[in-house]
Design a protein around this ligand. Structure first.
Ligand SMILES: [Zn+2]
Length: 232
């Protein structure tokens, strides 16, 4: 059984999994929220120096903006997909190909986006970081976690998920569980390619995912995704 911890603020979840010599953190985001993040860590009794790995599900500001802050205080290693590297190095959120699921979510995005800071501290990668490709990447040897990284594009091209042996899947934004009043159910409220999102869901299902832990909203059983796929 892997010990799972979560820090939540600004509608976003940051998960921590106990690994060999400390913790693997999944994402760290929102510009200007580092103190808030550290307060959340402190409440869990975890020191920032216990973070040994940061798995970046994708490059967006609410997932990557605090990574360089953490790096400046630790020697943690980053795990990221090759297609996200360019953006984290620049500290930019690429929105060029982003489409909202429907007109209501498009309107909401138009109203809220002027208030969101998309640019963040560029992440300096080094030789110890792990750049994954489209192939599954087994994390066991590195971290002791019985888990693998799976390429799950759709929300962004280089989105990745972490799938534990017990079926828990940490999927970033390839699925969400928020704002369901707008009718998208567990789809992401926005994505670069919804067909890729559905293919990534199928990949997760076939790879053995059972519970989905999204970055936005509460966890839910994978059968919710199966139900949506049956309607498409
Ligand atoms: Zn995102």
């Amino acid at each position: 059984m892997n010990a799972l911890h979560v820090i939540s603020f600004s509608s976003t979840n940051y998960y921590l999994l106990k690994c060999n010599d400390g913790f693997l953190l999944i994402d760290a985001g929102w510009v200007g929220k580092y103190e808030k993040f550290k307060k959340g860590l402190g409440a869990l009794g975890i020191g920032v120096d216990s973070i040994k790995y940061i798995l970046l599900t994708h490059h967006h500001h609410d997932h990557a903006a605090l990574v360089q802050n953490i790096r400046s205080e630790t020697s943690c290693r980053i795990i990221v997909h090759q297609d996200e590297v360019k953006f984290i190095r620049q500290g930019t959120t690429f929105t060029g190909d982003m489409r909202q699921f429907n007109i209501w979510l498009k309107l909401l995005d138009t109203c809220t986006s002027p208030f969101i800071r998309l640019n963040y501290n560029p992440v300096m990668l080094n030789k110890d970081d792990i750049i994954v490709s489209d192939n599954d990447y087994d994390l066991c040897g590195l971290t002791g976690l019985k888990a693998r990284v799976i390429h799950t594009p759709g929300h962004s091209k280089g989105s990745i998920s972490l799938l534990l042996e017990n079926g828990d899947s940490f999927v970033g934004d390839v699925a969400m569980n928020i704002l369901r009043v707008f009718g998208q159910r567990q789809r992401p409220i926005e994505a670069e390619d919804y067909n890729d999102v559905y293919r990534s869901w199928q990949k997760l299902i076939h790879s053995g995912a059972k519970m989905v832990y999204p970055s936005h909203g509460r966890s839910f059983p994978v059968k919710e995704l199966i139900r949506i796929l049956e309607t498409i």
